[in-house]
Design a protein around this ligand. Structure first.
Ligand code: ZN
Ligand code: ZN
Length: 166
């Protein structure tokens, strides 16, 4: 199939896969067949995915993939800063491809709403950490847990607190 015939989604997926593959190679890491399947699965999932979800997707392409291999590979990709690992408050670690520009999330613990937070909010924090600690923070993908405006307002207007609300 010619690239011109690809749908937008398919084009996006192939771009993501190319970017992932390039980054892994640049980091001096060999692309084994198993790793290639895991990179392909990550490019297909596009977004936050648990190790279990990546494993399920990898199994679509290869039956001989083991969960432990998927997990180890995800950890390796995380250490290479190709993907990020974070806790979105859903009970398991989730992985996501690190885009050219970092992105972050505000997550409401009460209603589960997820609000995107632009990296510009964190740039001054990173700068202050570098200045005061000489520490290079990896702020690729951050989840800030809390209460959204509506849940916070509901909590303030109720003496019982949000967990006791109807
Ligand atoms: Zn994210
Ligand atoms: Zn909320």
């Amino acid at each position: 199939m010619w690239p011109a015939d690809l749908s937008g989604d398919e084009k996006g997926r192939m771009d993501r896969l190319q970017m992932l593959t390039d980054r892994v190679r640049q980091a001096g890491c060999r692309i084994t067949k198993q790793r290639a399947v895991i990179l392909r699965s990550l490019s297909e999932l596009d977004g936050h995915a648990s190790a279990e979800r990546v494993y399920e997707q990898a199994c679509v392409h290869r039956r001989d993939v083991h969960f432990s291999t998927v997990y180890r590979t995800l950890e390796r990709l995380r250490d290479l800063r190709v993907i990020s690992q974070m806790d979105l408050g859903r009970g398991c670690a989730e992985f996501e491809i690190i885009a050219d520009r970092p992105h972050h999330h505000l997550i409401c613990l009460e209603c589960g709403r997820m609000i995107d937070l632009d990296h510009s909010y964190l740039e001054p924090v990173a700068e202050a950490i570098r200045r005061d600690f000489g520490f290079e923070p990896f702020l690729d993908h951050l989840a800030i847990l809390g209460w959204c405006g509506e849940c916070d307002k509901a909590e303030r207007s109720s003496e019982l607190g949000p967990e006791r609300r109807e």
